[in-house]
Design a protein around this ligand. Structure first.
Ligand SMILES: [Zn+2]
Length: 70
């Protein structure tokens, strides 16, 4: 086996992750829902309302303790 090279980013496992996305279509702000405590957060970039959605993201190993794996 030959493992001297680090894995490229594309090899990271991805999973469908709950996120908050900015409601402003001109803004690409979003954040992982796991890291958000507010029920209706505002975008950190433009302060618009955010809408809940899902994104394919690299799986995070150090998940927040708030996360509920069902
Ligand atoms: Zn925004």
């Amino acid at each position: 086996m030959y493992y001297s090279r680090k894995r490229p980013l594309e090899d990271l496992p991805q999973e469908l992750t709950a996120v908050w996305s900015c409601s402003d279509e001109n803004c690409n702000g979003w954040m992982r829902a796991n890291f958000v405590l507010a029920n209706s957060p505002v975008c950190s970039q433009c302060h618009s309302e955010m809408v809940k959605g899902e994104k394919m993201l690299a799986a995070v190993l150090n998940t927040s303790p708030l996360q509920d794996k069902v």
